[in-house]
Design a protein around this ligand. Sequence first.
Ligand SMILES: *[C@@H]1O[C@H](CO)[C@@H](O)[C@H](O)[C@H]1NC(C)=O
Ligand SMILES: *[C@@H]1O[C@H](CO)[C@@H](O)[C@H](O)[C@H]1NC(C)=O
Ligand SMILES: *[C@@H]1O[C@H](CO)[C@@H](O)[C@H](O)[C@H]1NC(C)=O
Ligand SMILES: *[C@@H]1O[C@H](CO)[C@@H](O)[C@H](O)[C@H]1NC(C)=O
Ligand SMILES: *[C@@H]1O[C@H](CO)[C@@H](O)[C@H](O)[C@H]1NC(C)=O
Ligand SMILES: *[C@@H]1O[C@H](CO)[C@@H](O)[C@H](O)[C@H]1NC(C)=O
Ligand SMILES: *[C@@H]1O[C@H](CO)[C@@H](O)[C@H](O)[C@H]1NC(C)=O
Ligand SMILES: *[C@@H]1O[C@H](CO)[C@@H](O)[C@H](O)[C@H]1NC(C)=O
Ligand SMILES: *[C@@H]1O[C@H](CO)[C@@H](O)[C@H](O)[C@H]1NC(C)=O
Length: 883
Amino acid sequence: MQKMRVIWEHFIFSLFGGLALAILVQAQDQSGFISIDCGLPKNSSYIEQTTGLSYISDATFIDTGVSKSLLPELKATYQQQLWYLRSFPQGIRNCYRINIASRTKYLIRASFLYGNYDGQNELPEFDLHLGANLWDSVKITNASLSISSEIIHVPPLDHVRICLVNTDSGTPFISAIELRTLKDNTYITKSGSLSRFLRLDIGSISNQTYRYKDDVYDRYWMPNAYRKDWKYISTSLTPDSLQQNYYQPPAAVMSTAATPVDPTAAFDFFWEPDDATSQYYVYMHFTELEVLAANETRAFNFSLNGKYWYGPLIPEYKSVTTVFSPSVLSGGQYQFSLHMTENSTLPPIINAIEIYTVKDFLQSETDQGDVDAITKIKAMYEVTRNWQGDPCAPVAYLWDGLNCSYDGYDAPRITYLDLSSSGLTGEIPPLISKLIMLQYLDLSNNSLAGPVPDFISHLQSLTVLKLENNNLTGSIPIELIERSKAGSLSLSTGKNPGLCASTSCKNKKSNIVTPVVTSVGGLVILLIISAAIFWILKKRNPHAVTAFKESDNPNGTSLESKKRQYTYSNLLKITNNFERIIGKGGFGTVYHGYIDDTQVAIKMLSPSSVQGYQQFQAEVKLLMRVHHRNLTSLIGYCNEETNMGLIYEYMENGNLEEHLSGEASEAKLLSWEDRLRIAIDAAQGLEYLHNGCKPPIVHRDVKSTNILLNENFQAKLADFGLSKIFPADGGTHVSTIVAGTPGYLDPEYYISNRLTEKSDVYSFGVLLLEIITGQPVITRTQENTHISQWVSFMLAKGDIKNIVDSRLHGDVDNNSVWKAVEIAMACVSQNSAKRPTMSVVVTELKESLASELARKNLGEGETKDSVDLASLSFTTEFGPTAR
Ligand SMILES: *[C@@H]1O[C@H](CO)[C@@H](O)[C@H](O)[C@H]1NC(C)=O
Ligand SMILES: *[C@@H]1O[C@H](CO)[C@@H](O)[C@H](O)[C@H]1NC(C)=O
Ligand SMILES: *[C@@H]1O[C@H](CO)[C@@H](O)[C@H](O)[C@H]1NC(C)=O
Ligand SMILES: *[C@@H]1O[C@H](CO)[C@@H](O)[C@H](O)[C@H]1NC(C)=O
Ligand SMILES: *[C@@H]1O[C@H](CO)[C@@H](O)[C@H](O)[C@H]1NC(C)=O
Ligand SMILES: *[C@@H]1O[C@H](CO)[C@@H](O)[C@H](O)[C@H]1NC(C)=O
Ligand SMILES: *[C@@H]1O[C@H](CO)[C@@H](O)[C@H](O)[C@H]1NC(C)=O
Ligand SMILES: *[C@@H]1O[C@H](CO)[C@@H](O)[C@H](O)[C@H]1NC(C)=O
Ligand SMILES: *[C@@H]1O[C@H](CO)[C@@H](O)[C@H](O)[C@H]1NC(C)=O
């Protein structure tokens, strides 16, 4: 057996060399492309000659670093976006912030060409971060070669941060950043993002790297090194003559293929993982390039590590077939073999291959609201600190003067803000009130003037407030004084000559804050992977080829993570022998427990429940891959024969139903604002399931008992036992056996069995009505009236005030209530097409909350003129009509 080994240096490419021809650029769609030339002078842009891509300066995306340019002789060999670079001699972490469409799949590429721009001739190494997570480690190995890191990623927020991090091995720099939107139905992972390990044009007979415009997605396709034991097949293929699939590998790449010279040989290859725990996805692209005679066939099977993996595949003439791993490949060994089937007369061919490493970006970025607020505060004041990148994450780069709450996979929240002795002038900015989780606020020893604003007293978690040594005037809000007297707030206000602690002082407005640019450190991002693929060509031994037909999906196990598996004896310990019961559900009992010092809730499945077992599996499967701050997070599970349990984070304030049903005491009554925040949380959780998950997930059991509240009354959606994941290739609905809870169940789904996201929207509408009215979903007193019928009836009477939970005593903003009722009624439309999507619901609920907050900010006790509700148009369909 003959073995050969070729190492392909996959990041090394020299694009088009000096042949940069001024080809007339044909207008092609660049929408969804963001092409940034780092270091290019501010305000400039150009159209790159070989690709026709239009690049812009990076100056609007970053405010640190210095622009540098390469020597003319290097420029001649590279495309223009690499001619300039931005270097970061100062600061540990320097970040770009680029606005994008959130939850869209992007190919993100960072490119680096050192070119000895600094005359030091020392090859730097540094880290590249994407948001709060390490993306790659960049290692420049040759000054005159460019390298790049690529990742396929769905950013959760409306922006991405790309950071260059100094690791004490030279000055970080970056040459270009490119973002391209991809189709949602390509490169699907169970979890994590895909970092390019390699992407090869295997049959390449030129030395050319292909990208845009050959590739509509602008992926880089590198030529594989020439091999004597391969035969190269090629044909002329134009984009029009090639029948494409979703992946759209370029015609130029697909027009060549490699096949063994020995017609009986198998086509074998393997790669060596970066480390044993790496996980991979592989995509192989095939097109038949020869016209086969009637007595010829080319059919081959795939095996992985000696086991049947896929096949037989018969590549079609001038038509792309992509074979990929539907689930992650792991285990440290990746030996692929393409071998012809018995009836085949021709050996296997392969045109192109892509291999990606899975990057699990577990650290969430800081809550978007907190980021927006602190970023604006940063822009307003001269904060002589290194405020760069995400404020809270990763924790190693926490901004000076800040501290945050870190709660599992939840987005960190800012809890501590120290802006003392920072030379602040003007009034205390209202932006502070957006940092709603603040516990500690220190503004002492500045030159702040004007009153102590009321909004500070809306920061419910605040326990320390330091205002001393400023020039504040007027009176301190009563609520703050009361909280201080009650001992729940440590308040220091000394050395403010014009400030008095009684309400008799007159408020004096002073100057508006003068914005001052903050000085920040630099950002750095970069990643390099050194990968190698080994091609082996071996004689086919017909007896050695065994076809295993175990599974189509060799690694598609449902319980992927072994780490989070607990034994039954662990559970006994965690729950102290199941000492404390905190709930009982249809399928088992919920117990309280501790893992280290963290409280947890453990749902034990009763052994007799067959249906429960399926739901147990469904829930584990789902929660292992789905993480969002408004979904309860699964800490672990136990699956030991009949002992099955799920371990969740503990939700201190129980479920929403308990708070609405009047079991909660008056003191704990949820205010209108609380209710809206809970509704928004629940809506965001659902919105994430529908739009943030690919494929989308329908919860199927949205109801108030499945909305859990943590110690801060943050709501999380729970119980995913009935959830349905839509098939990746499927249409927009699935047919299922109807399941759900009476009262919340979508009538259309009940009749048609067609399940869509809109069924959840209906249930959410019912939930929202419950939140607004505090009434049960189905009234038992009258003849089983549904809550939506009751609300329709009240609306028809024009009696809107009595729709709202009477326990709130009218302490609500009428506009806000109106908006909420309108959303709820739209959600419970009989016709699912008339129901809004959850994204719309989230937006509208936020407007409703804004309206309520505006009322509160006008001052407690004062109510805005009530709006004449009857004059507002009510366009949505009312609830079910009585039969
Ligand atoms: C960049 O453009 C903006 C607006 O077009 C202009 O105000 C600014 O002066 C320009 N800056 C430079 C350096 O040309
Ligand atoms: C760097 O790359 C250039 C261009 O391919 C090559 O000529 C040179 O030998 C390389 N230098 C080193 C040190 O490998
Ligand atoms: C590709 O590059 C190699 C060495 O760099 C050279 O020997 C070969 O002729 C080149 N092939 C083509 C088609 O340019
Ligand atoms: C197919 O038929 C042609 C003649 O029509 C013959 O020359 C060739 O050997 C045949 N190939 C095979 C694999 O049988
Ligand atoms: C190829 O796979 C097919 C389908 O599983 C199987 O029937 C056939 O025996 C396999 N052939 C070889 C040569 O492995
Ligand atoms: C292979 O050929 C044999 C005999 O010609 C035939 O019976 C069998 O169905 C063929 N198998 C496939 C997979 O085409
Ligand atoms: C942030 O808070 C945590 C928990 O209170 C504490 O352990 C940590 O030292 C704080 N970090 C900073 C930088 O203040
Ligand atoms: C107050 O701030 C100034 C700088 O703004 C600083 O020099 C001084 O030491 C600070 N005083 C106290 C008591 O922190
Ligand atoms: C405090 O504010 C008053 C006006 O409100 C101003 O006259 C005075 O100079 C300020 N003092 C300081 C120390 O800034």
